[in-house]
Design a protein around this ligand. Structure first.
Ligand SMILES: [Zn+2]
Length: 375
């Protein structure tokens, strides 16, 4: 019962490129998944997602189970049909969101208050799976326990073990043959715990394995050490998904260490705050020195926003709180990240990822004193 499979195309040191085959099409990896929290990537629609080259999107179980509810989405034919996206979809299990709400955790599950109306809601490994089977993504995630850092070592260890027990319950509860279930590695920043969690999670036989609980404020070298410790224990023939990582530097670090899938709200959230991601360094479009700048955000970017609109115009839209500013900057920022990934895949296949990564870093640091004069 393997709905999703991953095929290796090329390797370059620790990095790899491949093809994720799902019931709703193929995804080239390393892949970035735009986040559609409430079955919508904020400020853009599914036509925009196709235009920027997104091949898979993520939606949040936690939000959708509360509004509009999994029953309604199931009645309306599942998430793909509901949001009019025919490509692959991954849903998270809600674990990450609910654990920021300080839930009551017991062996049975987690009880928390709905952010919408304060109602008490229970999420157990079994109903997290059932809800995701109702939503119908190609890839569902196990319910895991995220521990906020810093935490006592005993707590990190006990919640890592609870995540393993819950993973087994999720597997036992999962029945949809056209959907894959991915396990999640936990263990904080303890490298031994991470290695053990990765080994034990892999042994359960998931179609893919995620590394959770990162990008919570840990330094980059600590995160990289965790990735190395976990990935060393993961099977070569399964996709590896690093949850919640989305800054350019972190993405390049993780791709180089053999991660295949990523999701993050950073590119879309920054767009709504007027911050443009760029090969030449990220910058705020609302800068006084861009007032008369007729150049695009990024001269090398082929997105709708860069083809048609100047920095000066985008700055004006942001300053006037025009709604189109959110869409146009989101289109650009997603294009930037997806281009970064396309470049990384090509570089891996050509055996020159190290050159690609150092060039990307150099260009970003050289250009970080934007604006570059535009003709
Ligand atoms: Zn652009």
């Amino acid at each position: 019962m393997t709905a999703v499979t991953w095929i290796s195309k090329a390797t370059d040191s620790g990095a790899r490129s491949g093809l994720l085959k799902t019931p709703h099409g193929e995804v080239r990896t390393p892949a970035f998944m735009p986040v559609g929290t409430r079955a919508a990537v904020k400020a853009v629609d599914t036509e925009d997602l196709l235009a920027v080259g997104a091949e898979i999107v993520l939606a949040n179980t936690y939000h959708l189970m509360l509004r509009p509810g999994a029953d309604l989405i199931e009645t309306l034919g599942g998430l793909h049909r509901f949001m009019s996206w025919d490509g692959p979809i991954l849903t998270d299990s809600g674990g990450f969101q609910i654990f920021s709400l300080e839930p009551e955790i017991s062996e049975r599950g987690a009880v928390f208050s709905s952010i919408y109306d304060g109602a008490r809601v229970e999420l157990t490994p079994e109903n997290a799976v059932r809800i995701q089977e109702q939503l119908g993504p190609d890839i569902a995630m196990v319910l895991d326990v995220c521990v906020g850092l810093p935490a006592e070592p005993e707590q990190v260890e006990s919640e890592m073990r609870r995540t393993l027990r819950w993973a087994e319950r999720c597997l036992a509860a999962h029945s949809r043959s056209d959907q894959s279930l991915f396990g999640i590695v936990q263990g904080g920043v303890d490298l031994d715990l991470r290695a053990e969690s990765a080994r034990e999670t892999a042994a359960l036989g998931f179609d893919g394995i995620a590394i959770g609980g990162l990008s919570v404020g840990e330094p980059a070298d600590q995160r990289n050490a965790v990735l190395e410790a976990a990935i060393a224990e993961l099977p070569d023939d399964r996709p590896r998904y690093v949850m919640g990582l989305g800054d350019t530097e972190g993405l390049l670090d993780a791709i180089a260490r053999g991660a295949d899938m990523f999701d993050c709200v950073i590119p879309t959230r920054l767009a709504r705050h007027g911050r443009a991601l760029s090969r030449n360094g990220d910058f705020n479009i609302n800068r006084v020195d861009l007032r008369e700048d007729e150049g695009p955000i990024d001269t090398e970017c082929g997105c709708l926003t860069c083809r048609r609109y100047s920095r000066a115009y985008l700055r004006h839209l942001v300053r006037m709180s025009e709604l189109s500013a959110h869409r146009l900057l989101t289109i650009h920022n997603l294009t930037y990240v997806l281009d970064l990934f396309a470049g990384a895949r090509d570089a891996i296949e050509d055996g020159r990822l190290d050159v690609y990564v150092s060039a990307a870093r150099q260009t970003r640091s050289d250009g970080s004193t934007l604006p570059t004069p535009t003709a």
